[in-house]
Design a protein around this ligand. Structure first.
Ligand code: TYD
Ligand code: MG
Length: 452
């Protein structure tokens, strides 16, 4: 008997998390969402029972094209991207309303148009008049920027082949008629993002999609959105400050630890020339509880001012409050100070703040946090020309850190005269530099030397 010919296999994919199931289920086994499974285009099975795939080839035989980066024209953004846009790469830019996403992208369009590229800015949020007004405020006069303010995204995507850079502002504002749900619903957001990313890949155009974020700081919409794109950028900033930080949450073509720093001015976003001065104010008087560390944000060293305050508590359980570092890290370092250095804070409330709203994950900041804490608890200031960098272990030892040379160069540039590091650090002052390197093996010795 002749074997039955090709059979089709139907798969069901979750609109929320992308989980694939071969049977229809009401609740996604991957993420637990109800009613999110939808049928996908079927796979074909051949007569031998294998899934028919168009072309299988060894990875070593695939031609690798040299990775051509296209500069965005904005150095801070290029750094976060890992060198610039990639042809056909999909980028998702998230951020709170009003942080400056549209402003940044319009400035990028202007820079790219200035470099002779044709760019298309598709907006579903603002009218042509509003975009033109922003362009006027930013002083943009480039002729090569085309704008499209409509909600018919499929037609606009079809029209985008003549361009070399595409902006879609935002994935939450468009709707595909052949999909159910209102604009911004998980189904629609997924479709808008996947069709846009598909178009970008097919035409080889770098494409940026703007994404709203939720109150928790996540990009609104299904998690799968972040899997569809190559790069996810987050643009953030505090309402009270004009500084804006750009980070990559995901980057298929580069690292994710670079930081872009901007300042929102009257006529657009400006690059901050000397970011260390944002987080550290030179010439501050000697006050107890202040210590300066040199942190690494990606490849960039930044001076970070740690402020600590301890004061007698009226409560049976003293408070520990931290801004810019995790409270668990503060508790751990207080425990090390108590056990290894005899510095007690059991009857004090302790507050720590990293100046300028910087958030520190770098382990090298341990030493400056401990120094600030000890200085506040003992109420003895640390010399203003001293900075420190080192990781603190539970035994109270000071450990070497990554890229100490780079950090020391920044300390020299900022005019520090004394830098405290681990005794195991292989570091010597550059010829002619007016800096002393104090090497200490343990936290207790650092405190003896600096806080006396
Ligand atoms: P916008 O780019 O519209 O934010 P988003 O797209 O993230 O919602 O930026 C809006 C804010 O930025 C608004 O509060 C006004 C301010 N702004 C400036 O301060 N300077 C400028 O040059 C521009 C264009 C905007
Ligand atoms: Mg906007």
């Amino acid at each position: 008997m002749a074997k039955s010919a090709k059979k089709t296999i139907t798969r069901y994919r979750c609109a929320e998390c992308g989980y694939v199931s071969l049977s229809m289920v009401g609740r996604c086994p991957g993420c637990g969402s109800w009613g999110s499974m939808a049928e996908e285009s079927p796979l074909r099975e051949d007569s031998s029972g294998k899934i028919a795939v168009s072309r299988v080839e060894p990875i070593s035989s695939v031609d690798v094209l040299p990775e051509a980066r296209i500069s965005s024209g904005i150095e801070e953004l290029d750094r976060v991207l890992g060198g610039g846009w990639i042809k056909g790469g999909g980028v998702l830019l998230g951020g709170e309303p009003g942080v400056g996403k549209s402003t940044l992208l319009l400035q990028v369009c202007a820079e790219m148009a200035n470099a002779g590229r044709r760019v298309l800015y598709i907006s579903g949020e603002e009218s042509a008049g509003q975009l033109a007004l922003r362009a006027k405020r930013l002083g943009i006069k480039e002729k090569n920027i085309d704008i499209l303010c409509d909600t018919d995204l499929p037609a606009m995507l079809d029209a985008s082949s003549a361009y070399e850079f595409l902006v879609i502002d935002s994935v939450q504002s468009f709707r595909f008629d052949d999909e159910s749900g209102w604009a911004g619903s998980p189904n629609q957001v997924r479709t808008v993002a996947s069709r846009s990313a598909e178009t970008a890949k097919r035409l080889g155009i770098p494409t940026v999609m703007v994404g709203h974020i939720t109150k928790q700081g996540q990009i609104a919409g299904p998690k799968i959105l972040e899997h569809m794109v190559d790069v996810v950028l987050l643009f953030s900033g505090e309402r009270s400050s004009s500084h804006r930080l750009l980070r990559a949450e995901k980057n298929r073509y580069g690292c994710t630890d670079e930081l872009g720093i901007f300042e929102m001015a009257e006529n657009g976003l400006k690059t901050v020339a000397d970011p260390s001065h944002l987080y550290w104010s030179e010439g501050g008087g000697a006050v107890s509880g202040v210590a300066i560390g040199v942190s690494l944000e990606g490849s960039r060293p930044l001076a970070a001012e740690i402020q600590a305050l301890s004061c007698a508590t009226p409560y049976p359980y003293p408070k520990r409050t931290a801004r810019g570092i995790e409270v668990n890290r503060l508790q751990l370092l207080l425990a090390v100070l108590e056990r290894r250095c005899g510095i007690f804070s059991r009857s004090s409330d302790v507050y720590v703040n990293v100046a300028g709203g910087l958030s520190l994950q770098d382990p090298a900041a341990d030493l400056s946090i401990c120094a600030a804490l000890a200085s506040s608890i003992k109420d003895i200031p640390i010399a203003a020309d001293t900075c420190m960098m080192g990781e603190v272990g539970l035994a109270g030892e000071i450990r070497p850190i990554a890229r100490a040379h780079l950090r020391m160069k920044e300390a020299i540039r900022l005019g520090f005269k004394n830098v405290v590091v681990s005794a195991r650090e292989k570091l010597s002052p550059p010829a002619g530099a007016d800096i002393r390197i104090t090497k200490v093996p343990a936290l207790s010795q650092m405190i003896e030397r600096l806080i006396k």
